[in-house]
Design a protein around this ligand. Structure first.
Ligand SMILES: Nc1ncnc2c1ncn2[C@@H]1O[C@H](COP(=O)(O)OP(=O)(O)OP(=O)(O)O)[C@@H](O)[C@H]1O
Length: 259
């Protein structure tokens, strides 16, 4: 069997793990036309943990979906490493998502019939990639799952399930991890563990992480917070505290516009 090099193999020279340039996303047309993203320019540097905040409908999920190749963009560009997503055919986009991007969802999205360790290595098993056992060990220990690896999701608490999902996201050493409200279904203690892990993965492992959240405390774990309103990037806080994030959020009115 011959294996072909994926078209998204890159030199690794780009300093940013991901980048949006004049990224625009329009849904519908005519009366139902919605400009969800309106010319976004943003860079996600390697090893940086970024939180995305903004009022409901401001475009947070759309930005994440477009950057992760889950939604097609209308104009501009979205790149992972040096790869322009809009140039990829579906098959290659699927492969890029599988091999280069890690996902953590609010609802964990684990396979109920598989054990924790089988869930963690599932993506690599599907890709036919052999997990790096030393790396796996390190992740499993960092998330504190060593004694739960043979448990199925139904035998784990929500926090433990989300730790499995985090380990799964990092297992293949992806270019970038996208986390969509990862603590939305967790109590504050379990949430804090997940957020500490995401922060630690950026600091200790150089993992690039982008997280959408509504929670100022969650955002304060990030290196920086981006604020969206009406599909535009309107502000950024570096080394945020929960108080500063809350203060900034108060400047949005109920319709999601900045005051
Ligand atoms: N599939 C779709 N079809 C049409 N409009 C959509 C679609 N997805 C999102 N939108 C619209 O795009 C805009 C941005 O939505 P998006 O879900 O990205 O916002 P959000 O900031 O993630 O909101 P929330 O905080 O409520 O999850 C909204 O006006 C939304 O109604």
């Amino acid at each position: 069997m011959t294996t072909t090099q994926p078209p998204f193999a890159t030199t690794g020279e780009s300093s940013a793990a991901a980048r949006a340039t004049a990224l625009t996303k329009v849904y519908g047309e005519g009366e139902t036309r919605v400009v969800a993203l309106d010319g976004i320019d943003v860079e996600f540097s390697r090893g940086q943990f970024t939180a995305i905040m903004g009022p409901s409908g401001s475009g947070k999920s759309t930005l994440m979906h477009c950057m992760a190749g889950l939604d097609a963009i209308t104009s501009g560009s979205a790149t992972i490493g040096d790869v322009e997503l809009s140039r990829l055919k579906d098959k290659h986009l699927t492969r890029l998502r599988r091999d280069r991007i890690g996902f953590v969802f609010q609802s964990f999205n684990l396979v109920p019939t598989l054990t924790a360790i089988e869930n963690i290595t599932l993506t690599m098993d599907i890709a036919g990639r052999k997990p790096d056992s030393q790396w796996l060990d390190q992740i499993v220990d960092t998330v504190g799952l060593r004694d739960r690896l043979k448990h199925r999701p139904g035998q784990l608490s929500g926090g433990q399930q989300q730790r499995v999902a985090c380990a799964r996201a990092l297992a293949g050493r992806p270019e970038i991890v996208f986390a969509d409200e990862p603590t939305g279904n967790l109590d504050s203690r379990s949430g804090a563990e997940i957020l500490s892990f995401l922060r630690e993965s950026a600091r200790s492992f150089g993992q690039t992480v982008v997280m959408v959240t509504h929670d100022a405390v969650a955002a304060s774990y990030a290196d920086r917070v981006l604020f969206l309103a009406d599909g535009r990037l309107v502000d950024e806080l570096v080394a945020p505290s929960a108080d500063r994030v809350l203060e900034r959020m108060k400047q949005f009115d109920g319709k999601g516009r900045t005051s």
